[in-house]
Design a protein around this ligand. Structure first.
Ligand code: GDP
Ligand code: IMO
Ligand code: MG
Length: 429
């Protein structure tokens, strides 16, 4: 089994970027298969911080990066990110980044609709990143999307823009938002074509050839299972499937080629945006986790909500997401806490539930049922072997493995690339 997929098991920001960067040293190709620039992945390498949203985290290691058809691509965001990386001394171009020809594009009307709809929802807003992700996926499923390959066909662009504008302007008008005109959008797309088309490639074929040649592929998930459009805390989710199975549909490979699935879990829980969060802490401990963990969104700068580790939630995510092993991150943030709580299920209307119910009001009403474990006083920050961990920390990890039903294969003990404990090589299967 040569390939590995990395997915989030909570509500995002588990440290997927750091883990993918670490694993990328053992991979030949790193592929994004869903999401867009709503993702924010922070990597720290020798004291230098890299923030990636759209580019596969493997580019920092100099690996070939692929963006699969399951991603929604904002060309402006792409070029802005490439420019930032260039300032940091990393060159990204068609020599090391290929984008699936069938990738749908995010146009300026997508964030406009995203924001207008959020504003109209008022108190009930989803708390989206406002980057047009939902509207872009809607257009893909609605068969209206402009895809990367369309940039090579000006007549197709013109025809598709008519249909797209009919749809979007009707909605924007209803929401009382400014409308879009065709010509400026067409001019913009025509100007983009010569810059963007050199990146276009049959990603499915590149992956098939890589597979025949025995090359190692790393599939980089964005967001997380609890934000999955089917399996997450709907409607407070993103608009793509974040589970490992989507690595196949989102790139054009068979499900057997995905390989080992690593589920990334923070040693506690965070969430950005609205929606249910049974173990959320609004007290001083929640505040402490936020400060220690520097829990501010990479993309939005918004403060992340913090709470205890929810083993029932991660167990559900592991089962649905097809996770073979866990990577536990940010253990160091728990250093010095006198005791730790782990949620083992929920109480709802006098009943004990071992999983989150599907309906939104029931989800919001779930009370966590906790088990309490002793904390540890010494530091785990920067630990690079199990032997360096205090006994209570090892106990905490073991209990998580039991409750979640998956082995911990790797640990992360600081933002730095090298502060990682690998218990086995995931590429060894
Ligand atoms: P992603 O979206 O899953 O890639 O995660 P983000 O990068 O958005 O958020 C994770 C944050 O935690 C980043 O700022 C990382 O630098 C940081 N981080 C990752 N692993 C660790 C860790 O083990 N300990 C600490 N303290 N920070 C970490
Ligand atoms: P990474 O890859 C955390 C959340 C938003 C919002 C919901 C829908 O860094 O883990 P969207 O803009 O996608 O329509 O917003 O999903 N969200 C994330 N939260 N990490 C992310 O990505 C996220 N991407 C989207 O905050 O609640
Ligand atoms: Mg993030």
């Amino acid at each position: 089994m040569a390939n590995v997929a990395v997915i989030g098991t909570q509500w995002g920001d588990e440290g997927k970027g750091k883990v993918v960067d670490w694993l990328a040293s053992r991979a030949d190709i790193v592929v994004r298969f869903q999401g867009g620039h709503n993702a924010g992945h922070t990597l720290v390498v020798d004291g230098v911080t890299y923030k990636l949203s759209l580019l596969p985290s493997g580019v920092v290691r100099g690996k070939l990066g692929l963006i699969g058809n399951g991603v929604v691509l904002d060309p402006d965001a792409l070029f802005a990110e490439i420019a930032t990386l260039r300032e940091q001394g990393l060159e990204v171009g068609p020599h090391n980044l290929r984008i699936a020809e069938t990738t749908p594009l995010i146009l300026p009307l997508h964030p406009a609709l995203d924001r207008a709809r959020e504003a109209a929802r008022g108190q009930d807003k989803i708390g989206t990143t406002g980057r047009g992700i939902g509207p872009a996926y809607e257009d893909k499923v609605g068969r209206r999307a402009i895809r990367l390959c369309d940039l090579a066909e000006p007549e197709t662009l013109s025809f598709k823009l008519d249909e797209l504008l009919l749809h979007h302007n009707s909605l924007l008008k209803g929401l009382g938002a400014p409308l879009f005109e065709k010509q400026p959008l067409l001019d913009r797309l025509l100007a983009l074509a010569p810059r963007l088309l050199p990146f276009a490639a049959p990603v499915w074929e590149i992956l098939a050839e890589a597979r025949s040649a025995g090359r190692r592929v790393l599939f980089e998930g964005a967001q997380a299972v609890m934000l999955d459009v089917d399996h997450g805390t709907y409607p407070y989710v993103t608009s793509s499937n974040t589970v490992a199975g989507n690595a196949a549909a989102g790139t054009g490979i068979g499900p057997g080629a995905i390989g080992l699935v690593l589920g990334i879990a923070k040693a506690y829980t965070t969430r950005v945006g609205s929606g249910p969060f049974p173990t959320e802490l609004t007290d001083a401990t929640g505040q402490l986790l936020g400060e220690r963990g520097r829990e501010f969104g990479t993309v939005t700068g918004r403060r992340r909500r913090c709470g205890w580790f929810d083993a029932a939630l991660v167990r559900q995510a592991v089962t649905i997401g097809g996770v073979d092993g866990l990577v536990l991150t940010k253990l160091d943030v728990l250093d010095g806490l006198p005791e730790l709580k782990i949620c083992i299920g929920y109480r709802l209307g006098g009943q004990f539930l071992h999983r989150l119910p599907p309906a939104m009001r029931a989800q919001a009403a779930c009370e966590p049922v906790y088990e309490t474990l002793p904390g540890w006083s010494s530091s785990t920050r920067g630990a690079r072997s199990y032997a360096e961990l205090p006994a209570e920390a090892v106990k905490y990890i073991r209990r998580i493995e039991e409750l979640v039903g998956a082995p911990v294969m790797m640990l992360s003990t600081s933002p730095d690339r090298d502060d990682t404990i690998a218990l086995r090589d995931p590429f060894a299967g």
